[in-house]
Ligand binder design. Sequence first.
Ligand SMILES: Nc1ncnc2c1ncn2[C@@H]1O[C@H](COP(=O)(O)OP(=O)(O)OP(=O)(O)O)[C@@H](O)[C@H]1O
Length: 227
Amino acid sequence: MYQLRGVTKHYTRGKKTVHALAGVDLTIEDGGRLVIQGPTGGGKSTLLQMLGGLDRPTSGTVEFDGVNLADLPEAKLTKVRAESIGFVFQSFNLIPTLTAQENVETALVPLGLKGAARREQAERALESVGLGERAGHLPSELSGGQQQRVAIARALVKQPKVLLADEPTGNLDESTRDDIMELLEGLWKEHGLTFIMVTHDSSIARRAPRLATIRKGRVTITENAAA
Ligand SMILES: Nc1ncnc2c1ncn2[C@@H]1O[C@H](COP(=O)(O)OP(=O)(O)OP(=O)(O)O)[C@@H](O)[C@H]1O
């Protein structure tokens, strides 16, 4: 469970300060699904970075299961990320020289898993995203949608508690977008994940049961019981 209180993030360049987050209070229950939308520059990615422990707030607390990520030493923060949080990005971020299988296995290296166990778990993760047959392919030999499936397998192979996705369908055409959304929603249900996703896509936002709209660093929550 996440509990954010009074989270601010300021970026200073020269004399100019940008208030990317201007006091965010937010609770996200275990197993919940939250979609984050809002205008460009509103603070969506910054908020996701706080939730993922990829950056620290200027002030406020980001509690994850009762631990404040804001003041956790770097080594412990790295451990939380490696064990508990899966990330999916718009640009897939696969390593171009590694096969799909090897890309997925990279997520298991920090957990200390040995070769055979790594291979087996990565194979299963690729199968769960419908890419069992493509394990030996390089990213350049896969379509955009398939590359995103590999990235999703890499995010989930370690069985994290949380999946954070920043515009996961932003580089995909409409029908591939729908396939990827269906896959993510299916995996969310199947694994009981906490699933938090940033999107520009209003058709995805409309379908969200819980929507966080972020403008000028401030969050408004809308619940949609019909979604
Ligand atoms: N590293 C940084 N240094 C300086 N300013 C930054 C930095 N990262 C973000 N910002 C600024 O903080 C504000 C919020 O940025 P953020 O990327 O969170 O917005 P966003 O809602 O994700 O935007 P977009 O939809 O365009 O991706 C913007 O004004 C941005 O320019």
